[in-house]
Design a protein around this ligand. Structure first.
Ligand code: ADP
Ligand code: MG
Length: 449
């Protein structure tokens, strides 16, 4: 096997065994210098990378080589950044960026905050989302007059945002004024408005809008001040026959800590749900998306993915992206065997795709505290609870050791971490509804921070 080819294959193997982030950080700019059947020499860009790979990934590399049926006794490292190779590396990077651009050439529109990639044209309809789709379409045709508000609910990754934004993009064609905003952003807006005494300015942004779309309204739960502001905005627009469109992960009656008047407003229009997609639709989604990406995927591979990922369309797409990345890297055809290997991690533990930073960000955002407070030593109740929650989540989601979590959260003792973890766990076991709700919402937030 040629040197480059061999290295590409080894890298492809490695990629199956470590996280994408890790791979990008440590292996992207490496090259194979020499391989004589026993000794493998790898060029890395700097000493730091060399030490890191040597200490943490030596075994991973060996295993990768062996799984290709080759043998290796020792791995040596050289640091190399001569110009020619550097240029090659850069060229590769450009290429990769270009191919990413193909899919991400969509720019969010500043004024409406809508992403043009979400349209009715590329929204696949099946029995599970038929009603929501029909209602959304009707609203897009006649905003403000058919169903007001339109309330779409369904679990995460099932197409709520896509559908909501499709309405927005459709309405925008008729030069009506549309605004899309995730509820989390609306909350931040209210909080900042109050903090900086700029509430009027914030409100004025929503005054002369024809269609207001607020995504993930479940995050308003327990945020009384935001709910109050939203109630006024809602009424003002509603009375002017302006269209309001909302989404949530659950129906209005199940959103806890939602003021009664807001709940009855939400229930005053049309409520439609999106369910889990059936196997046939999941197959259709995969095939359509593969076609869009101009890649050929055998039927049995589509079936394998569609059978294994049932409850989340984002994960279906994620699986496809992983396959495409692997295919590009190795140049090999997509087969059922490679698919099983490539998707192993994804299928076994989908949540392991979250990083500790995502968890930390989601917790600070959710409780509206700073990261330095979270990692600091304050004993205030508003800080202690989030700190315990973050420790709990790092343990449960990523299975980190107690000492490691302690280190990560500002150098706390491992006994503190153990105590925090236990405390939250007990609360959940005792069916503490507030805590359960917090954890559910934070877990959702983790995926989008
Ligand atoms: P949610 O807001 O419910 O969490 P999203 O709208 O973000 O879900 O959907 C997740 C991903 O799945 C997006 O990339 C979206 O384009 C895609 N998707 C969801 N439903 C469909 C559908 N019916 N047809 C095509 N793509 C879909
Ligand atoms: Mg969404």
């Amino acid at each position: 096997m040629k040197k480059e080819k061999l290295w590409q294959s080894i890298l492809a193997e490695i990629q199956l065994n470590i996280s994408q982030a890790n791979f990008n950080t440590w292996f992207k700019n490496t090259q194979l210098v020499e391989y004589n059947g026993d000794n493998l020499t790898i060029a890395v860009p700097n000493t730091f990378t060399k030490e890191w790979i040597k200490n943490k990934h030596n075994g991973t590399i060996m295993e990768a080589v062996e799984s290709l049926g080759e043998k290796v006794d020792e791995i040596s490292y050289v640091i190399k950044k001569n110009k020619k190779e550097k240029k090659e590396v850069e060229k590769e990077e450009v290429k990769e960026n270009e191919s990413q651009m193909e899919f991400e050439e969509f720019k969010v529109d500043q004024e409406s905050n809508l992403n043009p990639k979400y349209t009715f044209e590329n929204f696949i309809v099946g029995p599970f989302n038929e009603l929501s789709h029909a209602a959304a379409y009707a609203v897009a045709e006649n905003p403000g007059s058919v169903y007001n508000p339109l309330f779409i609910y369904g679990k995460v990754g099932l197409g709520k945002t896509h559908l909501l934004q499709s309405i927005g993009n459709e309405v925008k064609k008729s030069s009506k004024k549309v605004k899309y905003i995730p509820a989390q952003k609306f909350i931040t807006g209210v909080v900042n408005g109050i903090r900086n005494g700029k509430m009027e300015e914030f409100k004025s942004r929503y005054k002369d809008i024809d269609v207001l779309i607020i995504d993930d309204i479940q995050f308003l739960s327990g945020k009384e001040k935001t709910q109050e502001e939203f109630f006024h905005t809602f009424n003002e627009l509603y009375e002017k026959n302006k269209q309001i469109i909302l989404s949530s992960d659950r129906p209005p009656k199940s959103i806890r800590a939602l003021t009664e008047r807001l709940r009855s407003r939400f229930e005053g229009g049309m409520i439609a749900d999106i369910n889990f997609p059936d196997l046939e639709t999941r197959l259709a989604i995969l095939k359509t998306k593969a076609q869009e990406r101009k890649i050929k995927i055998p039927d049995e591979v589509c079936e394998y993915i569609a059978k294994n990922i049932q409850k989340n369309i984002r994960e279906l797409e994620g699986a496809l992206n992983k396959l495409i990345a692997h295919h590009k890297l190795t140049g090999k055809k997509v087969t059922i065997e490679t698919t099983k290997k490539v998707l192993k991690n994804l299928l076994e533990s989908p949540t392991k795709n979250v990083s500790p930073d995502q968890i930390i960000k989601a917790v600070t955002k959710f409780y509206d505290i700073s990261e330095s407070d979270l990692k600091g030593n304050s004993r205030k109740k508003e800080i202690v609870k989030p700190r315990q929650v973050v420790m709990y989540l790092l343990r449960e989601e990523l299975e980190y050791s107690f000492p490691f979590i302690g280190k990560k959260i500002g150098g706390k003792d491992h006994t503190t971490v153990m105590y925090s973890h236990k405390k939250i766990k007990k609360k959940l076991e005792k069916e503490d509804e507030d805590m359960k709700e917090d954890i559910t919402l934070i877990k959702q937030m983790m995926l989008s921070v």
